[in-house]
Design a protein around this ligand. Structure first.
Ligand code: UD1
Length: 429
């Protein structure tokens, strides 16, 4: 197993290119199930999760071709991926694959819409909480599907096709909104989805669906109005930049000090993160090429922050913010409201000398003067990158084990950080 070794203490200066968003690329790939035409996605990040979803979709019979690097393209440009679901060969998504990546459960909606049936494994447990799928199933039932749970699988059937419906979510869910949207675009009649999540990745998927011929109003808002169509065509679409990767590198720079351009980042997608970083004393400016982050000697100020659905502060940046606040000049309070068990990084940060106390859903982070390197363990995707942030500022050597968690969501992290002066090396297992 690979490990990442960080020797802390270097400031970051230079440019970090932001990759395409994992959380947009995955549902966009799944959208290809809805059409026999070819969906061409560009700016697709090279990530373990993308490769795994490729395998899952190939299992359903989708032809996938990933174009190699083109002349003049640098190593950081994303992949171009052509996906063609001429026929759906298999409507089953097996446990062995779905259990490895929760988002693959989202094939349920498109398979139902296209084939009238699907057998999709329940995703099972997850490091950051129980993460049920009841709202996904409620949405499918509203759209006219019959659902039975048997042997760990969701068996869904819509013999006469899906029908437009009025879906009101009692909680904001990214996944359930994706599922409802992807199914409703090809249902018979009109659908309204209320209390929809409107993370930028959902807007990106909706815009791609519109290019494919879907009729959707209210994109980028909490009420989606959809007029079902009988078929969708292929299209070309570029994946939006990754706002979580953007927030993560912004916090790396906030932690070490320095001046970095996050190239291609979209400031409009990270308003809450920018606000929080500025309150902490970090300079953030939207510029033509992306977002510039700088800190030059100013002390980090402590903060009180809680995670919220978009446009609030994202849960996917909570661990990284906590790492940053370990060295603030005072006590910060960080409350996690989306997932019940998303504090796995706390014990690992403590190994580096952080002073954090948990009170239910809130972490009290008392700033310390210094962190010291130590061997630590990556536990989930965002938790593991918080250890990188702490390691960049810690004295001495931090060795991060179980790096495969990082590879799920961060493309060439060690290269991007090293190019700005960090001492970060991957040690192959
Ligand atoms: C997506 C993101 C993930 C992010 C999360 C919240 C992807 C691939 N993943 O995950 O990175 O952390 O949004 O921004 O885009 N819930 C239910 N019932 C359901 C569905 C969800 O109770 O049927 C609950 C969850 O347990 C959680 C909350 O709703 O407490 C929000 O989860 P949700 O937005 O659905 O997260 P995901 O779509 O799984």
């Amino acid at each position: 197993m690979d490990r990442i070794r960080i020797r802390g203490g270097n400031r970051l200066n230079g440019t970090i290119p932001v990759s395409g968003a994992k959380n947009a690329a995955l549902p966009l790939m799944i959208v290809s199930l809805l059409t026999p035409g070819t969906l061409t996605l560009s700016n697709v990040p090279r990530l373990a999760d993308v490769r795994l979803l490729q395998r899952i979709l190939q299992n359903h019979g989708i032809d996938i071709m990933v174009a190699g690097k083109r002349a003049g393209q640098n190593g950081m440009a994303g992949d171009v991926m052509h996906l063609t679901a001429r026929d759906i060969a298999d409507t089953t998504a097996p446990y062995e694959l779905v259990s490895k990546m929760r988002a693959s459960f989202w094939v349920l909606g498109p398979l139902l819409a296209r084939c009238g049936e699907a057998k999709v494994s329940l995703p099972g447990g997850c490091a950051i909480g129980t993460r049920p799928v009841d709202m996904h199933l409620m949405a499918m039932e509203k759209l006219g599907a019959e659902i039975v749970i048997e042997g760990g699988y969701v068996l869904a059937r819509a013999r006469k096709g899906l029908k437009g419906a009025h879906i009101v979510f009692d909680k904001v869910s990214v996944g359930a909104t994706h599922a409802a949207l992807m199914a409703a675009v090809m249902a018979d009649g009109d659908t309204v989805i209320e209390n929809a999540a409107y993370e930028p990745e959902i807007g990106d998927v909706a815009e791609c669906l519109v290019k494919m011929g879907a009729k959707i109003e209210g994109i980028h808002s909490s009420t989606l109005r959809i007029k079902g169509v009988t078929s969708l065509t292929g299209a070309e679409h570029s994946v939006i930049p990754d706002r979580i990767e953007t927030g993560t590198y912004a916090m790396c720079v906030g932690m070490t000090g320095g001046d970095v351009l996050l190239k291609d980042a979209n400031a409009g997608h990270i308003g809450a993160v920018i606000e929080v970083m500025r309150s902490a004393g970090i300079g953030v400016e939207a510029v033509n090429e992306g977002v510039r982050i700088h800190r030059n000697g100013q002390a980090l100020r402590p903060l009180s922050v809680e995670t919220q659905p978009f446009p609030g502060f994202p849960t996917d940046c909570q661990a990284q913010l906590m790492a940053l606040m370990t060295m603030a000049g005072g006590t910060s309070m960080i409350r996690e409201t989306i997932f019940e068990n998303r504090f796995m990084h706390v014990q690992e940060l403590a190994r580096l000398g952080a002073d954090i106390h948990l009170h239910g859903d809130t972490a009290e982070v008392r700033g310390v003067k210094k962190l010291t390197g130590a061997p630590v363990m990556a536990t989930d995707l965002r938790a593991s990158v918080s250890l990188v942030i702490a390691g960049l500022a810690a004295e001495g050597e931090t060795m991060i084990n179980r790096v495969y968690h990082l590879d799920r969501g961060f493309e060439t992290l060690e290269e991007k950080l090293s190019a700005c002066g960090a001492d970060v090396t991957r040690i192959s297992g």
